[in-house]
Design a protein. Structure first.
Length: 93
């Protein structure tokens, strides 16, 4: 009977070591996934920051072009007024 107990204990010990190895492996997979996720989040944050910076630069260029467009439109209207005044025939009294 003592021999059967020692075999059962060895079987349980092997199962426990196997479970322990599986748990360690699972923990290492979880840690690896977590580290990979953190790295991906860092890359995503960098990309979003760069995208926001590019958007700010684009907005500044767009505002500059908009102000130039308004300036050119005022100049064009002024030139049209001058040209319509010179194209009008003068009335003689």
């Amino acid at each position: 009977m003592a021999g059967t107990n020692s075999k059962a204990w060895q079987l349980n010990r092997q199962i426990n070591v196997s479970v322990l190895i599986q748990l360690v492996f699972l923990a290492s997979l979880i840690m690896g996934s977590w580290v990979n996720l953190q790295r991906q989040l860092d890359l995503l944050q960098r990309d979003v920051t760069m995208l926001l910076q590019c958007q700010k630069n684009f907005e500044q260029k767009l505002e500059s072009l908009w102000s130039q467009s308004i300036s050119y439109e005022y100049r064009l209207r002024a030139l049209e007024k001058v040209s319509t005044k010179t194209d009008m025939p003068e009335e003689t009294f």
